[in-house]
Write a protein that binds this ligand. Structure first.
Ligand code: NAD
Ligand code: UDP
Length: 319
């Protein structure tokens, strides 16, 4: 697939959560295209290290700000990614997670409305909860436990989607909504807490890999460059969504553990720990809409993406 390239239109683009994992990869692409980029972040799970390569670039501006407070900026596009994505981090302060999703999205939509910017929401496959339809199409309305430990994130994102669509209907804000499935790649934090980084860090440190439950639950893992390509196609196309962005290749957590064992240390032990409450049993995106409307599908297979991710973690270990 030829990467999406925009010819000749220089825009001012706000990326909230831009110092985080996905946001910083997105900024790399936007900067390479010659745009002016405003990176807004409160550094809860993001780091300056992720964007250090741009700090001296006149097209780049870093704004330390929390999206739960209003801000006035003049931009053409808003990629709204600010929100912790790993269960460990979004459950640390659940009320803050709700505020980030609800008030943060409200203020960013307000900003887009005031300046007439196009607004893309980074929503999630978690809006489907523990799905009883498989694979999940966008028309599936989900199975979220409203009072469970994942609800601060899942329901927060569901309200964020609702807000986006109400700003679209009532205020004619030009919205795009992406439902992102499990994404992995270089720059995930060592303490991120999500499964790919946990297993890689554990294997590199000679520790046992912590498999939650019996490891039969499934996830579908998308490499970050594929995901960023999908976000940019959505932002710059006509289809507003919601649209699933993810890699349909589905694996059990045990299969993932075995792949990482094979790649790093075949003797690494597996230990089994309790399955967290409400952990979805299976997850796989139906990406028919993304294929049809965005002409997008992932190109990096799991083995290749894992190899690149492992190299990144190794290089950080050596620093
Ligand atoms: P991440 O935790 O690396 O990045 C989130 C960024 O948002 C961090 O830089 C963090 O400091 C910042 N942030 C958090 N709360 C903020 C606040 N109140 N104000 C300002 N900045 C704040 O996570 P990520 O994996 O890069 O995820 C980015 C977005 O994509 C999130 O909205 C997440 O919900 C969504 N998403 C990610 C995945 C995935 O698998 N990575 C899956 C589905 C959805
Ligand atoms: N998981 C695991 N060991 C870990 C971290 C996660 O077995 O050290 C499991 C977790 O229970 C879930 C899957 O891996 O079934 C994916 O978890 P992650 O937190 O990466 O993402 P999410 O559950 O939000 O999809």
């Amino acid at each position: 697939m030829t990467p999406f390239v925009q010819v000749g239109v220089k825009m001012r683009i706000l990326v909230t959560g831009g110092a985080g994992f996905i946001g910083s990869h997105l900024i790399d692409r936007l900067m390479a295209q010659g745009h002016e980029v405003l990176c807004l972040d409160n550094f809860y799970t993001g780091t300056k290290r992720n964007i250090i390569q741009w700090l001296d670039n006149p097209n780049f501006e870093l704004i330390r700000h929390d999206v739960t407070e209003p801000i006035r900026l003049e931009v053409d596009q808003v990629y709204h990614l600010a929100c912790p994505a790993s269960p460990v981090h979004y459950q640390f302060n659940p009320v803050k997670t709700i505020k980030t999703n609800v008030m943060g999205t409200l203020y960013m939509l307000g900003l887009a409305k005031r300046v007439g910017a196009r607004f893309l929401l980074a929503s999630t496959s978690e809006v489907y909860g523990d799905p009883d339809v498989h694979p999940q199409p966008e028309s599936y309305r989900g199975n979220v436990n409203t009072i469970g430990p994942r609800a601060c994130y899942d329901e927060g994102k569901r309200v964020a989607e609702t807000l986006a669509f109400e700003y679209y209907r009532e205020h004619k804000v030009d919205i795009r909504v992406a439902r992102i499935f499990n994404t992995y790649g270089p720059r995930m934090l060592e303490n991120d807490g999500r499964v790919v980084s946990n297993f890689i860090v554990q294997a590199l440190q000679g520790k046992p890999l912590t498999v939650f439950g019996d490891g039969s639950q499934t996830r579908s893992f998308c490499y970050v460059s594929d995901l960023v390509e999908g976000l940019m196609r959505l932002m710059n196309g006509d289809y507003i969504g919601p649209v699933n962005l993810g890699n349909p290749g589905e694996y059990t957590i045990l299969q993932l553990a075995e792949k990482i064992q094979t790649a790093i240390n075949p003797d690494a032990e597996l230990i089994y720990q309790p399955l967290p409450e409400d952990d979805p049993k299976q997850r796989q995106p139906d990406i028919t809409l993304a294929k049809n409307y965005l002409n997008w599908q992932p190109t990096i297979p799991l083995d290749q993406g894992l190899a690149m991710t492992i190299e990144d973690f190794k290089s950080r270990h050596q620093e």
